[in-house]
Every structure is written in C-alpha cells, then in structure tokens.
Design a protein around this ligand. Sequence first.
Ligand SMILES: Nc1ncnc2c1ncn2[C@@H]1O[C@H](COP(=O)(O)OP(=O)(O)OP(=O)(O)O)[C@@H](O)[C@H]1O
Length: 285
Amino acid sequence: MNIDYSLAFEDVVFHYPDTMEPALRGLTVAIPKGCKTALLGHNGSGKSTLFLHAVGLLRPQMGTLLQAGLPVSYAKKELAALRRRVGLVFQDPEQQLILSTPMEDISFGLRGTGMDEKEIESRCAAVLEQLNLTALKDKPIHQLSLGQKKRTALAGVLAMEPELILLDEPTSYLDPLSEAQLLDGLDSIHRKGTTVVMVTHDMNLAYRWADWIIVLDHGSCRAAGTPDDIFAGPETLQAIGLELPLLAELWHSLPLHVTQGVTAPRNAGDFKALLGSLLGERMDG
Ligand SMILES: Nc1ncnc2c1ncn2[C@@H]1O[C@H](COP(=O)(O)OP(=O)(O)OP(=O)(O)O)[C@@H](O)[C@H]1O
C-alpha cells in the first residue's frame, strides 16, 4: 500500500527536565494523510508529548520530525508554517478558550492572521454551522455545557483551516448525545479532506471510528495499522494491557467457518446485519 504521510517522527527522543524516564524514546511513527487515526496507549505512554511535537511546541532532543517528507528545521518561518498546517485541540477546553463568547473566541485567532473582517465573519459562520453552534454563538462561554465548550474549542482550531487536526481525548466526559454531535462534526471535517487524529482510551470508539490506529507504549510505537490489523487478535494489545473492543472480541469468538472471508463488523448496525444474515432473518428491532 502506498501511503502518503502528513507528518512523520523518526527516532524521536524527548526527556522532560528532572524526570527519570524519557517521554519519547526513539519514536518512529507516521500519520497517514486523509485518514481518521486513533492514537491509543496507557496514561503516560507519550501521546500528548507526541502532539506537542507535532505542533512544534516541543522539539526533538534527538531524531527528526518530518513534514511533507522533509525534516522540520525549526526556523521561525517553517515553524509558523507547521503551526498553520497542524491544529491541536486540548483535552480541557478551558485551556483553549480565552474570550467570552464562541463568536469572539473563534474570530480572535483569525484576526491574528490579518484576515479582513468580512472573511472572518464568513469563516466563523461556516464553522459555527458545521459544529452546530450557530444558536450559541453569542452565549457567554462560562454558561456553555462541557460538550458545547469542546465543540467551540474545536471550531476555533478548525476556523484556521489546518490540514491536520489533533484532538486530545475529545469525547472524554461527554454524554452519548454530545459525543455523537462531536463525532458528526469530525466526520464532516474529515469529508472535506482534513486529516484527523484523536487520542482516546475508548477502544470501542477507536474500532468503529478510525481507519488507522497507532498504539504507543512507553514512548515508542508498539503497533500501527488498520483497525482490522490491530484488533486481529488480542495478543499485541494484551501484551501491553489494553483491551479488545467488544465487537472485535465477539467477532473472534465466532467459529472460523462463519468469519472466514467476511469483513469484520465495526459498528452495531453491521454486526446486527451479520447476525441477521447468519440467522436467515431480518433483525430490525
Ligand atoms: N511537563 C512535564 N514535565 C515532566 N514530565 C512530564 C511532563 N508532561 C509529561 N510528562 C511525563 O512524560 C510522560 C509522557 O506523558 P504524556 O502526557 O505525553 O502521556 P500521555 O500518553 O498523553 O498520558 P495521558 O493518557 O495520561 O494523557 C509521562 O511519564 C509524564 O509523567
């Protein structure tokens, strides 16, 4: 398979000051362009540190970060270009939202680029619409729910039109409806050609959402591949103490003559359809 990469890490080492262990220890991994990638790994495995390198907030102490196949030099202009290409949405929206209303917050970043007011207004209107925030655009941010704040933080990054968007646990603490709204927003961003990378601890979400999976363990890449490859069996994940998604586990428990030559279902609808065809009846309920 010929994969085009958005960003790549080559043997990257990073050690925070005054810590015993490096956070990244020879990390080699690439982020495929145009994919929805789930970044998995235990607490402390280096996911946020990877993100901070991807936007140039941290710099490799050894090894190389490549964009468009070329090493990032960290010269002022190139760093600015990297930050325009890559947008980071923090896990906690309070770290990101600085002004009083969604409209003000989203337009703030655009104003910094010197864009004219008419263009700022139309970009803001487009992202507010895309993330279902139009009705909330002038509501004080402190009165928004967590899900609405998370979508506002995402909208602020999205308005800058990055090619690659990185999200640190965007669905954590959201109820199922807010999660679905956020995922809809991400899907519409992805359909427009943006590469999306999401850190999540939710294996079921990773399985049904992602088309590429990266597993970090102790600051290096333990596995990278399609969900079918990564969740083909429990071995790789179990070895580092991560669980299989429920649907993958059910799939692997079916007899081989049932699963052979059939694409593994990655969401409840596909699993129901498969059961329906196995049982020779429709399961609509
Ligand atoms: N600012 C910091 N100063 C010192 N050590 C840090 C700092 N930030 C992270 N670390 C350490 O670096 C390692 C990797 O942390 P990182 O935050 O990248 O992991 P993570 O996979 O994002 O974890 P989580 O799932 O908990 O968010 C951990 O051992 C952590 O304690």
